[in-house]
Design a protein around this ligand. Structure first.
Ligand code: ACM
Length: 652
């Protein structure tokens, strides 16, 4: 036997013997170091949890007790005495430097469970990992009978790769209630996200009460109800009811901040200016540079911009040449800074189409006075003034990529969302790279969230299966992302704070869809942000995603099963017939198909290679199977749709 064969044989025997005494460990994000041991810990019906005495962990322990008792029906007790405790926490032990402020060690033995950490956050993350070791039914909010409540024995040492592990939730395009945001935080925290970026203002709604400017929410939080393809609705009639939307009172915000804090999540507010400001301009038209701005009202899903030419159809920009704008922003930022303890305030800066600035006498005057040569420099002038306002409230300023154009402010942090931009080069070079790389080279802090890997509003599957958005992003592409830009030196790498996913909600009309768009792609983002690159593995990740699906089924959290939908790649053969190539992102699946309009099952032909569409066929129907069981959704793809794609009629 060759050495390789002996090795494989040994692995096989080891895994067979281990599998008799263990079950699969399937944790997301994958821990930095995990050693599975023989045997199990089984929950007794009276469970004593040792308190840490740390106020920061009160909620963690309450939630743990609640979760265990609701699903198992077992009794839980807290005690300061470690001798009778079977779940033990040890905090402020500094012997393990590698785990830092958010890391932990978790030891599960047949007798007990011990989580150790330097700081409360580490204990919290250890508890999240522990819960994933128990059967999915532990997530149930009601009693489940007949479950063997056991966790495999493990030794884990775990800590994050990045300190910034975020999700952005756009609560402006569609409003989501405080309870829904809390439910979003609950899920985030389970996967060790620590940052919720709330996109609080945009053309479609101003969502935060500013007591000194009540019109912002009296007027700016309400638009006209519509469902369908957002962005294509007609301009509402002037008499249409403007009663759709909502906002968070300052009390709501305080409660959200506290709720998040108890789950070790910070909330970063975003006030998106100077563009994307139609809601504010509708309340205060005098803050724009043009007559009649705001007359259209808070945007309600009608087209307000031409995205192909970067032209504004209606003015949604604050006027950089109007001193009242800076006074307005000072009032807004003063109150926002008091509500959110997080160190950064995000002030937007993206997609400021300069259409109406270009025809503004006030902006021309400003350009002369300040010697500004381009409209990017005008925006830069605005951003630098806003940066000063933010800093005057004791906060740090962050903005989207565009704040680099025309010159970045002295201390600004960049949230990098675009890839390389034409004509934008890295400092001191002619290299065309993304804004995050440029900013890090200039010594500015950066959060990486490029559209092509991190945009959770993009479609996850073929466009015929999803509400239409202009681009797609499949799970494996998200998972392939390495947030550390390749060309940075070790010195520059320290400016990359981390990464986040962005859920824009133009096409997200309800919270179930927000969940669907977020999961499972946010599992991939969680792992990109937390796990060492060396432990990432796609096939293994898929297995772990499926384990989380089981938990979500119990919790009744919606997720997308899109990873089981194949990609359709159409082409023509030499006879001009359409040929369909199918590509699965998950390995080991079988696709059964029909061209005769009937619903395929496992007795139908299995896809083995490119299919020539038979004469007269109008659709291919297919479904993916694993080991003889259906796993994917039924997909009916019209041949006309594929022909349209070949002719270039359809975008993504
Ligand atoms: C953005 O996607 N406009 C930041």
């Amino acid at each position: 036997m060759s050495k390789t064969a002996i090795f494989l044989c040994t692995i096989f025997i080891w895994s067979v013997s281990l599998s008799q005494t263990t079950s699969t460990v399937a944790i997301i994000p994958q821990p930095a170091q995990l050693e599975q041991k023989q045997g199990f810990f089984t929950l007794p019906s009276n469970i004593t949890i040792q308190t840490t005495g740390t106020a920061d962990l009160k909620q963690t322990i309450n939630d743990l007790q609640k979760q265990i008792s609701l699903s198992t029906g077992y009794k839980t007790f807290v005690s300061t005495n470690s001798s009778n405790a079977i779940i033990k926490f040890e905090i402020n032990k500094t012997e393990n430097n590698i785990i830092g402020n958010e890391g932990y060690t978790l030891s599960v033995t047949p007798k007990n469970i011990t989580i150790k950490a330097n700081k409360p956050a580490g204990i919290f993350y250890g508890v999240q990992t522990l819960m994933q070791l128990f059967p999915p039914e532990i997530e149930s909010k009601s009693l489940v009978k007949g479950v063997d409540w056991k966790a495999p024995c493990v030794e884990i040492t775990d800590y994050p790769r990045f300190g910034w592990r975020g999700l952005m939730f756009d609560v402006s395009r569609h409003f989501f209630t405080k309870q829904e945001v809390e439910a979003y935080i609950d899920q985030m925290a389970k996967y060790k996200f620590n940052l919720l970026h709330l996109h609080l203002t945009d053309d479609e709604g101003w969502r935060i009460e500013i007591k000194s400017l009540p019109k912002l929410t009296q007027v700016g939080a309400w638009n006209v109800y519509g469902v369908g393809q957002f962005g294509t609705f007609p301009v509402p009639s002037p008499s249409a009811s403007r009663n759709y939307g909502g906002f968070y009172t300052q009390e709501d915000i305080k409660e959200l901040v506290q709720y998040a804090k108890e789950r070790f999540v910070n909330i970063m507010p975003e006030i998106d200016v100077p563009g994307h400001s139609l809601a504010a301009i509708t309340a205060f038209p005098e803050l724009s540079c043009s007559d009649g701005a705001g007359n259209i009202g808070v945007a309600s899903g009608e087209p307000i911009k031409d995205w192909s030419t970067h032209t504004a159809l209606y003015d949604d920009n604050l006027c950089p040449a109007n001193e009242n704008v800076y006074e307005f922003l000072d009032k807004v930022v003063t109150e926002v800074a008091q509500l959110f303890p997080f160190e950064y305030i995000h002030m937007g800066g993206d997609e400021t189409f300069k259409t109406f600035w270009k025809s503004s006498a006030a902006v021309s005057e400003l350009m002369k006075k300040e010697n500004l040569k381009t409209y990017e420099e005008v925006q830069s002038y605005f951003e630098k003034r806003v940066e000063k306002i933010v800093e005057s409230k004791g906060k740090k300023f962050m903005g989207w990529d565009e704040i680099l154009e025309g010159g970045i402010g002295p201390n600004a942090a960049v949230m990098s969302w675009r890839g390389p931009q034409d004509g934008v080069t890295a400092a001191g070079t002619t290299e065309n790279v993304d804004g995050g790389t440029i900013a890090a080279r200039l010594g500015h802090d950066v959060v990486m969230t490029p559209t092509q890997y991190c945009y959770l509003d993009y479609m996850q599957s073929d466009r015929i299966m999803e509400p239409h958005v202009y681009a797609s992003l499949r799970l494996n592409k998200v998972y392939s992302y390495n947030p550390m830009p390749a060309s940075l030196t070790p010195d520059q790498q320290k400016y990359i704070l981390g990464t986040q996913g962005n859920l824009w909600t133009e096409q997200v009309f309800n919270f179930r869809q927000a969940e669907y768009m977020t999961w499972p792609r946010a599992f991939a983002i969680a792992e990109n942000a937390w796990s060492p690159a060396s432990v990432k593995n796609w096939d293994n990740f898929v297995t772990r995603v499926e384990a989380q699906f089981k938990r979500f089924n119990v919790e009744q959290v919606k997720y997308a099963p899109s990873m089981y939908d194949p990609d359709f790649i159409p082409s023509y053969n030499a006879d001009s017939a359409v040929v369909i190539t199918l590509k699965n992102e998950v390995n080991g699946l079988q696709i059964h198909y029909s061209f005769d309009n009937s619903y395929p099952d496992k007795f139908y032909p299995v896809y083995t290679g490119p299919l020539t569409v038979p004469h007269y066929a109008t659709q291919i129907k297919l479904i993916t199977y694993r080991d003889g069981k259906p796993i994917g959704r039924m997909i009916s793809m019209p041949i006309e749709e594929l022909e349209g794609r070949l002719k270039g009629d359809n975008d993504d």
